[in-house]
Design a protein around this ligand. Structure first.
Ligand code: ASP
Length: 438
């Protein structure tokens, strides 16, 4: 048994919490490799260290130094070391870091220092080897992770070490400078380390006891998901469930390494297991979860004999590709097709330009645009094997008096996606949840 544990920002918030983390790690000898985030909020209204560091970057850009903003970062780390009561000269490391921040002067470098400093401290607390992510996590020219190179470097760096601590969130770009993942990216780092050492499980320690079947801000106390497949999670996390960075399943999924979401503040809680479909344990519920996202735009295109026109869809999609706009869904009919696009990519002029280019490319009979659409995904492996699930879903939505603007069922029968008005979003989620979970 070999476990890689990633601890999120709230698990690193102060010295007491870090002592709790130490206990968790020491209670299980297979928890050998640890990835950490930068310290998060201690209480509501507090600042995350990474946010303080982004402020340092802004101050540096404006004034040529970041003395004011760095004070808050310094205070956080000094107090953590004090609370831990360890003989670690944090002031010296902070002095050096402050100098490097000014000389490196890059946003990614500055943002990465929260994880760097935190990992230095945790390595000290655990008496573990510190492995700098800069030396072992690599990005490719296009900004994506260089998996093969990283896995090799990580496994070499930790081989022989009894335990190791690696900062999350960053690595080295092809230009030799520090580069970060997107926000929340320490989850990805944890997955990369798990894959590199071929862990039995990747434990992701956070401040909640796993995934809930839907957003608790919309439904009161939704049920917890005990087991979810990578595929189901992709459908749900992509739509907005945000306990785990949605990119973090890719490295482990290829090696069939399960992820376990655990709660640092309630370690005995079973948490949620994310597993390959072959190891999926059905809960008995047809639906695993319901999640969604507001603000999509639907571009509806109609043309007689569209089905017979070779290359029609390709020409339409080329327009969006040339503009660098990703398409979320493409529901089609015999003479119709719709493009569902995240509205964030379509500011007013852009939308007009796209519509006009589509008109030129395929001479459609009609092009209509529908804005303020919310997409809601109902996801579950159980859906493919039970008759009448869609009927129940649509009935529930109809009974809530909600008009469905668009339907898309993935061919895997794993999910049904409906598009409704933004204003109906919360009600629609509630209607679906009550139908399948109450
Ligand atoms: N500290 C980074 C952030 O706040 C990365 C992470 O926490 O995973 O986004």
């Amino acid at each position: 048994m070999l476990k890689v544990c990633k601890f999120g920002g709230t698990s690193m918030a102060d010295g007491n919490v870090i002592n709790g983390v130490k206990k968790i790690i020491e209670s299980d000898a297979s928890r050998k490799y640890v990835v950490v985030s930068a310290p998060g909020k201690r209480y509501s209204g507090d600042s995350k260290v990474t946010d303080l560091l982004y402020k340092c970057h802004s101050e540096l850009t404006e004034k040529g130094n970041c003395k004011e903003s760095f004070k808050a970062v310094r205070a956080r780390f000094v107090s953590i070391v004090k609370e831990l009561n360890i003989p670690f000269n944090i002031e010296a490391v902070l002095d050096e870091t402050e100098k490097l921040i000014v000389s490196e002067n890059s946003e990614d470098f500055i943002a990465s220092r929260g994880e760097y400093l935190c990992a230095r401290i945790v390595a000290e607390v655990l008496g573990a080897k510190f492995v700098d992510a800069y030396d072992v996590v690599f990005f490719k020219e296009d900004g994506s992770l260089d998996g093969a190179k990283s896995y090799k470097a990580i496994s070499e760096a930790v081989s022989g070490a009894n335990s190791a601590v690696i900062p999350g969130f960053y690595g080295k770009g092809t230009d030799g400078r520090v580069k970060t993942f997107s926000r929340g990216g320490s989850d990805i780092s944890g997955a990369v380390v798990a894959r590199a050492v071929n862990a039995t499980v990747y434990e992701n320690w956070t401040d909640v006891s796993g995934f809930l079947a839907c957003d608790p801000r919309i439904v009161d106390s939704p049920v917890k998901i005990k087991c979810i497949s990578y595929k189901e999670l992709r459908e749900l996390s992509y739509m907005g469930a945000n306990v785990l960075h949605s990119d973090s399943i890719f490295p482990v999924r290829k090696a069939n390494i399960p992820i376990k979401i655990k709660n640092t503040f309630n370690p005995a809680d079973e948490g949620t297991s994310i597993v390959p479909s072959s190891r999926y344990v059905p809960s008995g519920n047809i639906v695993t979860g319901v999640a969604g996202k507001k603000n999509f735009t639907v571009i509806f295109i109609e043309k007689s004999h569209m089905n017979a026109e070779v290359g029609f869809i390709c020409k339409v999609l080329t327009v969006l590709m040339d503009e660098g706009i990703p398409v979320e869904h493409i529901p089609t009919g015999t003479d119709t097709m719709s493009l569902v696009v995240d509205s964030g990519y379509l500011k007013k002029e852009k939308l007009e330009e796209i519509v006009s280019k589509i008109k030129t490319a395929v001479s459609p009979d009609t092009v209509r645009v529908l804005e303020d659409v919310a997409l809601i995904a109902t996801v579950g492996h159980g859906m493919s094997s039970s008759v009448g699930t869609s009927a129940r879903l649509f009935n529930a939505i109809a009974n809530a008096n909600i008009n469905i603007k668009m339907i898309d069922q993935g061919s895997s029968e794993l999910n049904v996606i409906v598009g409704v008005n933004n204003d109906d979003y919360e009600n629609c989620i509630r209607a679906i949840y009550y139908e399948f979970f109450r």
